[in-house]
Structure formats: structure tokens, C-alpha cells
Design a protein around this ligand. Structure first.
Ligand SMILES: [Mn+2]
Length: 317
């Protein structure tokens, strides 16, 4: 299928009048920021636009959706998905819309097609950067709320401009957001400089229980559900804990396994030259070279062993 350009998407958005925007499951700052910014952009163009309320949203990102959400799409709405690599990434609550998405805007290189109109740009560190490009293409002036949303998306997916995906365009977009009034300091404090005590306690547990191997270049931590429950962490605390493991000196490839009722969720982080997506694809998952995820239907200890073997096999290949 032909990959749309920014100009194609700008034409598309001008063509129709009613929109409903979808975010992915376990929504992060990029999917929420992209959806909020796109919704505000469409409203600035005089269109009717809503973000479909995602029941999985956490308190941290909820303010970005204020005044934008709807409970279900209206008849005739064009359905747009942002930062959603494949239909399986849609929240369960949206599964009835799987075949209704008409436009997908995304930056995951390893996604699957599920919309007749698609713009995927793996060169963009954040989907929010693509939303900014489209806004620029349309000549719409960014207001403070759009700037805030785009900044949150961009900062989230680059780990506050530290990850390898960060590029000149990322900084350009962030500078535009700051110029348009985004409260950069407040968001940075909230997103990167504030931890719940529970999260810090869990990091302590992870530091004690992470296995290093392959000469200390690889690390895996298998986190039992019982530990999460005992420490009392919530979903918001669980964000980016695999990056925490990756931050151990010498570690190039890091994996975190979380146990749930049906199996284990795997998240992998890698430095440039190492491929997190290649590891996760072996388990039917995907993502970016630097950050990827998968799900396996195995008990925790077996899943940890399988992940370790997959990491070692990747290194040999
Ligand atoms: Mn993203």
C-alpha cells in the first residue's frame, strides 16, 4: 500500500468534516499527545472532532484530554488512529472499531496495515512530531494547548530527548512547542523527575533481582505479580522500567518480564546497534530498534529463559 505524505494527510483532513480519534492500549504520552493535538488541530480548522475516551488512560495524561473526549464515534465520523502500530494495539474497549479505522498516522516501523489510508514514518522519534508536520503543512497556528500535547508526545517517546531516536527535527518541534507556550519545565518535572515511593521501591527490587549475562552486556529481570502487589505499584509506576534496567553500566540489551493471568508481558530496550524489535518479533511482538514489546503465554520462569535465549541467539546471528 502507498504510504501517504504529510501533504496527502493534510488534504485528507481538509476533505472531511467529522472525526473521531483513537489511541492505543496502555496509552502513553505520545498516543495521548498526538490525539489531543490532532483533535485541537481539526477543531481549529472548523471541523467536528473528538478523541474516543480510552478507559485505560492514567491520571498523569488525563488533563490533555480535557474537553476533547466522546464515549463513542458519531455516525459518519472518519476514524483516525494515532501511534497505533497494529489493530491488536487498540484497547479492548475499541475492538468493535478494528475494521473501521480509515486513517492511521504512526511511526512504528514494524506495524501491520489495518487502515486504507496510512502514513507511517519510522524516522520520526514520536508520532506527535508527525502531527506537528501536518499542522505546519496546513498552515495552522499552534496554540498553547496543542503545543503542550505535542511536547508531551515528543518528550515521552525520546525519554526527554535522551534516546537514540532524538534528532534535529525532534528539537525543532520541541522548540516550536516552547515558543507557542508549552510549559516545558512543569511537564519535564511531572514526566521525568517525579517518582512514587512505590516505583522507587520496585526499582530497588529490580536492582537486586536482575540477572546479567553475556559478559554483562545483557540483563533480564523477571518480575512476579506478587512483588508488584506487595509493593503496591500502579500502571503509571510501571512505565519505562525496562529503560531502568538498560541504564545499568555496560548493559546493551535489557528485558523486563511482567507476569499476568495469561502469561508474561515482555519489554526490551537496546542501545544503537542492538535490536529490541528483532528480539520481540521472535515472540510475535514488535516496536522500534531501541524499544519493543511482546507477550508470551508461558509461566514467568520459562518466559525469562526463552527471552534470555532469544537475546543470546540474536547476538550470535
Ligand atoms: Mn509513539
Amino acid at each position: 500500500m502507498k504510504n501517504l505524505t504529510r501533504a496527502d494527510v493534510a488534504d485528507y483532513l481538509e476533505r472531511y468534516d467529522h472525526y473521531c480519534i483513537l489511541t492505543h492500549r496502555r496509552p502513553d504520552g505520545d498516543t495521548v499527545g498526538s490525539a489531543a493535538a490532532l483533535c485541537r488541530l481539526l477543531r481549529a480548522m472548523g471541523k467536528t472532532a473528538h478523541v474516543l475516551y480510552n478507559p485505560e488512560i492514567t491520571e498523569r495524561y488525563e488533563p490533555l484530554f480535557e474537553g476533547l473526549t466522546c464515549k463513542e464515534p458519531a455516525d459518519g465520523d472518519k476514524i483516525v488512529a494515532v501511534d497505533v502500530a497494529e489493530d491488536a494495539m487498540l484497547p479492548k474497549a475499541f475492538s468493535y472499531l478494528r475494521n473501521s479505522v480509515d486513517l492511521k498516522i504512526d511511526h512504528h516501523g514494524s506495524g501491520r496495515e489495518f487502515a486504507p489510508n496510512t502514513l507511517v514514518d519510522p524516522e520520526s522519534a514520536a508520532c506527535a512530531e508527525i502531527i506537528w508536520d501536518i499542522l505546519d503543512e496546513l498552515g495552522v497556528e499552534m496554540d498553547e494547548k496543542m503545543a503542550e500535547a505535542i511536547y508531551v508526545g515528543t518528550a515521552t517517546d525520546t525519554g526527554c530527548f535522551r534516546f537514540a531516536n532524538t534528532n534535529v527535527h525532534t528539537f525543532d518541534v520541541a522548540a516550536e512547542c516552547a515558543a507557542a507556550g508549552a510549559n516545558v519545565f512543569a511537564w519535564n518535572q511531572l514526566l521525568f523527575e517525579t517518582n512514587s515511593l512505590e516505583k522507587l521501591r520496585l526499582q530497588g527490587w529490580i536492582a537486586e533481582n536482575t540477572k546479567l549475562f553475556s559478559g554483562g552486556t545483557m540483563a533480564v529481570c523477571a518480575l512476579p505479580k506478587a512483588v508488584e502487589e506487595r509493593i503496591g505499584v500502579d500502571e503509571d509506576d510501571m512505565g519505562n522500567l525496562s529503560s531502568f534496567i538498560r541504564s545499568i553500566e555496560g548493559v546493551r540489551l535489557a528485558g523486563l518480564l511482567r507476569e499476568n493471568e495469561n502469561g508474561c508481558k515482555i519489554s526490551v530496550r537496546a542501545v544503537p546497534g542492538w535490536d529490541a524489535a528483532a528480539i520481540c518479533e521472535k515472540f510475535g511482538g514488535g516496536g522500534h530498534a531501541g524499544a519493543a514489546g511482546a507477550f508470551v503465554k508461558l509461566p514467568l520462569a520459562e518466559a525469562a529463559k526463552a527471552l534470555e535465549e532469544a537475546m543470546l541467539a540474536w547476538e550470535r546471528s
